[in-house]
Design a protein around this ligand. Structure first.
Ligand SMILES: Nc1ncnc2c1ncn2[C@@H]1O[C@H](COP(=O)(O)OP(=O)(O)O)[C@@H](O)[C@H]1O
Ligand SMILES: CC(=O)OP(=O)(O)O
Ligand SMILES: [Mg+2]
Length: 405
């Protein structure tokens, strides 16, 4: 069976095709700058015979893509035509799994997409205006292109629906929760779930107390015990918690009141500020951690402060979540920064002996595929790097849902 995973963003589409039940990735790709004359598609095809770590063959196209529909049609062409084709016909795709960022309180699990499910996803547009509308567009286009496939939604928020009420409620008047559903939801759930499961298996400890640290463009941490999320740093929307590429993370609400009340910002300007102009970009002029790392290496003061702030916030949450979990068995670094940036990992683990963290500096610098254990000989808590695959987790959840149907 072929499972095709789609992560449709506002101007990009990430996709990956898996053969099931082998969980074998067949191809993956990234469509970027949708809506422009100079959109790009990077299409990678994996050789199942090649040893792990071998690079896939890659195609790169620059072309005009006015919208998601044309973008996904181009992807179907790449999937079905040589060179690089991996299927004969879109009818060979049995399931399309969609990343949907917000599932509200309605979806605590993966769902087969029906008209009612679509209506619910649409109802949540107001809560995540940057994410759900793009996810929805991907669903509508996929329904037209893969007419024989089952369409499935996998929600970022679902994994965190196990949080206790005292963790997810805000100290606001109860009516705002009961009538408006104002609460913490949490995001990146598929990634936290994926790496937490692998960590528990590695530790041979199904009940492991874990802190998973997802550091990509968006960043979040979760406290996970026995495979259940107990708390997470993002809240009502994907803005709270850690410092991110362009998002502020935690901020005193009085700052927002001051921006609007005294400095003349509109609600939309505040949203743009917090979502797109803050974080590492606002502090150090780039949202790409590689740029900041280079600036740091030559002693740039803004980059140094940005790095310190980014890592300090993570350390603070390690403290907080050790309390949540009443102890700690492992921390897990994942996503673009977590998997690749040895300097961030070193700064996070520095001066954390009280929490039982001792990093092996040599292992921290090594590069290798798969799970890596960076714990030093005296570390009481395991320090792990586990490459995330939201796509594989989405495919797994699709397969599970259909097996239980
Ligand atoms: N070798 C590297 N060293 C440091 N940071 C890296 C490296 N490779 C990628 N990154 C960072 O990873 C981030 C993107 O992470 P990723 O998980 O791909 O994000 P997303 O899926 O949210 O788009 C970027 O900030 C990028 O700078
Ligand atoms: C929800 C969220 O923050 O997702 P991303 O990191 O993909 O922007
Ligand atoms: Mg990501």
């Amino acid at each position: 069976m072929n499972i095709f995973v789609v992560n449709s963003g506002s101007s990009s589409i990430k996709y990956q095709l898996f053969r099931w039940p082998a969980e074998q990735p067949v191809c993956s790709g990234l469509v970027e700058r949708i809506g422009s004359e100079q959109a790009t598609i990077r299409h990678k095809v994996f050789d199942p015979q090649a040893p792990e770590g071998n690079p896939p063959t890659e195609q790169f196209h620059t072309l005009p893509l006015p919208d998601h529909e044309v973008g996904l049609r181009e992807v179907v062409r790449l999937l079905t035509e040589q060179p690089g084709g991996v299927i004969q016909d879109p009818g060979e795709i049995a399931v399309v799994g969609h990343r949907v960022v917000h599932g509200g309180e309605v979806f605590a699990a993966t769902a087969l997409i029906t008209e009612e499910v679509k209506a619910e996803i649409k109802r949540l547009f107001v809560l995540v205006p940057l994410h759900n509308p793009a996810n929805y567009l991907g669903i509508e286009v996929a329904e037209r292109l893969f007419i024989h496939a089952q369409q499935v939604a996998v929600f970022d928020t679902a994994f965190h629906q196990t949080m206790p009420e005292y963790a997810y409620r805000y100290a606001l008047p109860t009516a705002l929760y009961e009538e408006q559903r104002l609460r913490k939801y949490g995001f990146h759930g598929t990634s936290h779930q994926f790496v937490a499961a692998q960590a528990a298996t590695y530790l041979s400890q199904p009940d492991a107390r874990l802190i998973t640290i997802h550091l990509g463009n968006g960043c979040s941490m979760a406290a996970v015990r026995g495979g259940r999320s107990l708390d997470t740093t993002m809240g009502f929307g994907p803005l709270g918690g850690l410092v991110m590429g362009t998002r502020s993370g935690d901020i005193d609400p009085s700052v927002l009141l001051h921006l609007q009340g005294q400095l003349g910002y509109s609600a939309e300007q505040v949203s743009t500020l917090l979502n797109k102009q803050s974080g590492m970009l606002g502090l150090a002029g780039s949202n790409d951690m590689r740029d900041i790392g280079q600036a740091l290496a030559v002693g740039d003061a803004r980059a140094t402060l940005a790095y310190d702030l980014y890592c300090y916030r993570i350390r603070q949450y390690i403290g907080a979540y050790t309390a949540t979990l009443n102890g700690l068995d492992a921390i897990v670094f994942t996503a673009g920064v977590g998997e690749n940036d040895a300097m961030v990992r070193a700064r996070v683990c520095q001066d954390m002996e009280f929490f039982g963290l001792q990093l092996d500096e040599v292992k921290n610098q090594e590069r290798a595929p798969g799970l890596r254990d960076l714990s030093g000989p005296d570390s009481k808590v395991r320090i792990l790097v586990i490459p995330t695959s939201e796509e594989l987790e989405i495919a797994r959840q699709c397969a599970q849902l259909l097996a239980n149907e």
